[in-house]
Design a protein around this ligand. Structure first.
Ligand SMILES: C[S@@+](CC[C@H](N)C(=O)[O-])C[C@H]1O[C@@H](n2cnc3c(N)ncnc32)[C@H](O)[C@@H]1O
Length: 180
């Protein structure tokens, strides 16, 4: 899609979501074909503790738990109906023991166990989360964002890099991307 403009989308969606849902980002699931780019970026493996901040209906965490030998996937979501859907999805996929569900505000949830974090949010929300990511995540932890960058941080890798919705995935590494 031509003319994809993350800044304009950020402004519009933030206000719509706040007005109708009480949260700052609407629910838009990562598409199946985009999931492949996201997993290519995340490089999940043994021992990983993977968080999806604003996990929606749990599609990403459940697929991660199903496909990769990770230790744990953690789904953090503010909207109750979505976290319930995510729980159901994990049960149906047979990975309920590998996925943890947290119904709450991602700004208030301890993420210090995470070795890999996924965020499909907005630039403004990524910016607001920056101090938390820097404070709680250990050096070497990966932070992967879809479409919207983390302002002021340098991605170590960009996967996709094509114009349009859900085409670009940014990979950041704590200690490297945020070095001043
Ligand atoms: C664009 S959707 C992404 C859903 C999922 N990560 C995916 O990729 O399929 C963003 C999600 O973040 C959730 N969200 C927004 N603000 C939140 C907050 N402060 N704490 C927890 N979840 C939040 C929304 O309810 C929504 O489900």
């Amino acid at each position: 899609m031509e003319g994809f403009n993350p800044d304009g989308i950020d402004r519009e969606l933030r206000w719509i979501a706040l007005a109708f849902g009480g949260v700052s980002v609407p629910f838009v699931p990562t598409r199946d074909e985009t999931l492949e780019l996201v997993f290519e970026a995340l490089q999940l493996g043994e021992g990983d503790v993977f968080y999806d901040l604003g996990c929606g209906n749990g599609k990403v965490v459940v697929e991660a738990a199903r496909r990769f030998p990770i230790e744990k996937a953690v789904c953090v979501e503010a909207r109750r109906e979505l976290i319930e859907e995510a729980r159901e999805r994990a049960i149906n996929a047979g990975v309920a023991d590998k996925v943890e569900f947290i119904h709450g505000d991602m700004f208030k949830v301890d993420i210090s166990r995470a070795t890999a974090v996924y965020m499909y949010l907005l630039t403004s929300v990524n910016e607001a989360l920056k101090p938390k990511l820097e404070k709680e995540l250990r050096p070497g932890a990966r932070v992967v964002t879809l479409d919207f960058q983390i302002p002021g941080w340098r991605p170590v890798r960009i996967v996709g890099e094509r114009a349009g919705w859900q085409k670009t995935v940014y990979v950041y590494v704590i200690g490297e991307s945020n070095r001043r």
